[in-house]
Design a protein around this ligand. Sequence first.
Ligand SMILES: Nc1ncnc2c1ncn2[C@@H]1O[C@H](COP(=O)(O)OP(=O)(O)OP(=O)(O)O)[C@@H](O)[C@H]1O
Length: 257
Amino acid sequence: MTESAAAPKMSARDVKVFYGDKQAIKGVSIDIDMDNVVAFIGPSGCGKSTFLRTLNRMNDTIPSARVEGDITLDGEDIYSSKMDVVQLRARVGMVFQKPNPFPKSIYDNVAYGPRIHGLAPNKAELDQIVENSLVRAGLWNEVKDRLSESGTALSGGQQQRLCIARAIAVDPEVILMDEPCSALDPIATAKIEELIHELRGRYAIVIVTHNMQQAARVSQKTAFFHLGTMVEYGDTSDIFTNPREERTRDYITGRYG
Ligand SMILES: Nc1ncnc2c1ncn2[C@@H]1O[C@H](COP(=O)(O)OP(=O)(O)OP(=O)(O)O)[C@@H](O)[C@H]1O
């Protein structure tokens, strides 16, 4: 059986999200695998971020939000009462629009998660995790001589790579990125995009982006959202050159959004 190799990392089935009485997501089903970076695109307010946040139960932090439907990680129901949400958010890490390092040293930003989760039995191993995570996030060479300086003193692009290192440090399986470049200049953006290429395959990656060129550059699969539904999901090259749905075509040709 080749089933396990082909099994999706995450699956969502008929997911609906409500904020109070208002329905923001109207029955979305999608599979996310390890091999492809997935981009969520669509006009403002269509529900991309809301849906992204269901994948690691970030919606739990919004009192009015309610999620229906099924979402699994390696076949396990992430909304089950047995699911440890702190553990889940380590397995499904998140990087936000605005870089949000803790007001701590660069070292402590990265060491924070491994310490909480007890991943390093001693200082030498913690040092190694911090170094590996910073290397993988493409930041090590820039910060290796100033690990005790504050993370908030770095440039915006460096801060975002620090946040990626922080997510990587707890050895996640999935990384969710919610418009990770929208606060960055073009050079810092290019570095993050390069990094996404390098991280592909090691982690399942889902990125919400307003920028269609970015979706085309970094992803192999694209999901187009509109008014709380997922209109179309397929190979990025098809979505951008030969979409099946008229609404997708209208959006990518700039007719609305
Ligand atoms: N905390 C909240 N409380 C109430 N409604 C919300 C909340 N967050 C989002 N919404 C609503 O849910 C809908 C989807 O919003 P969401 O932010 O998910 O869209 P989006 O596609 O990510 O938008 P954008 O691209 O502008 O970030 C919108 O109508 C929005 O107003």
